[in-house]
Design a protein. Structure first.
Ligand SMILES: Nc1ncnc2c1ncn2[C@@H]1O[C@H](COP(=O)(O)OP(=O)(O)OP(=O)(O)O)[C@@H](O)[C@H]1O
Ligand SMILES: [Mg+2]
Length: 215
């Protein structure tokens, strides 16, 4: 745990309330990390990995604790890139259009958005697939389109939820290289994973221990 970390998660817990029940998937999680690092969030299914990523994405408000990036609360922080557990690509759009979508939605011209999408797809070795729809792409290709889309705003913090879960060994290698390369480029990359190959590459591993509290 380094002093002067860029990302500081302190004493974090989250509560889900459903029909009178309160579920706290974990208690008082702490995590400190710096830009340029690859951080793995580990733990069994249901321990709260996706929940922690949702807090880091500013999509979920903690019950206790604080999350700061660059010394400021994560809520309302400038863009965080997210690669979802199930990719969440839009099936009717091509690979390029999926990558362009977040840019076009924030008012960037289609021409500029296409140029950015083409550059990112090229960097990820997918330019030949730019005009394919997700249904015609392999799992590894879809995963890389999802990474390209998460990178369009050049986010300093990139979150990836089980990025190797649906991939065969060849594609896992590509995604591992990608994760390592993105972190080496100065981003902070936080990955929720069951995969020992991801943890082995990570600069630090935060283990979430299940402690479900029902009240
Ligand atoms: N929207 C929700 N409402 C109520 N409970 C929820 C909600 N989302 C998650 N949970 C519960 O919180 C706990 C943690 O869920 P989470 O999805 O964060 O786990 P996970 O570690 O990502 O699991 P997996 O490895 O299966 O993806 C689980 O017990 C889950 O049932
Ligand atoms: Mg999950």
């Amino acid at each position: 745990m380094s002093v002067g970390a860029d990302l500081v998660v302190a004493n974090l817990s989250v509560e889900y309330r459903t029909s009178g029940d309160v579920v706290r998937p974990f208690e008082r999680v702490d995590l400190r990390a710096r830009y340029g690092e690859l951080v793995a969030l580990r733990g069994p299914s249901g321990c709260g990995k996706t929940t922690v990523l949702s807090v880091l994405a500013g999509q979920l408000t903690p019950a206790t604790g604080t999350v700061t990036l660059d010394g400021r609360p994560i809520e309302g922080h400038r863009t965080v890139g997210i690669v979802f557990q199930a990719f969440n690509l839009i099936p009717s759009l091509t690979a390029a259009e999926n990558v362009m979508a977040p840019l076009v939605l924030t008012g960037v011209s289609r021409r500029a958005a296409r140029a950015t999408a083409t550059r990112l797809l090229d960097e990820l070795g997918l330019v030949a697939r730019a005009d394919h729809r997700p249904g015609t792409l392999s799992g590894g290709e879809k995963q890389r389109v999802a990474f390209a889309r998460a990178l369009v705003h050049d986010p300093p913090l990139l979150l990836a939820d089980e990025p190797t879960a649906h991939l065969d060994a060849d594609h896992v290698g590509v995604v591992l290289d990608l994760l390592r390369g993105l972190a080496s480029g100065g981003r902070l990359v936080v990955v929720a994973t069951h995969d020992d190959r991801v943890s082995a590459l990570a600069d630090s591993v935060t283990q979430l221990d299940p402690s479900v509290v029902a009240a």
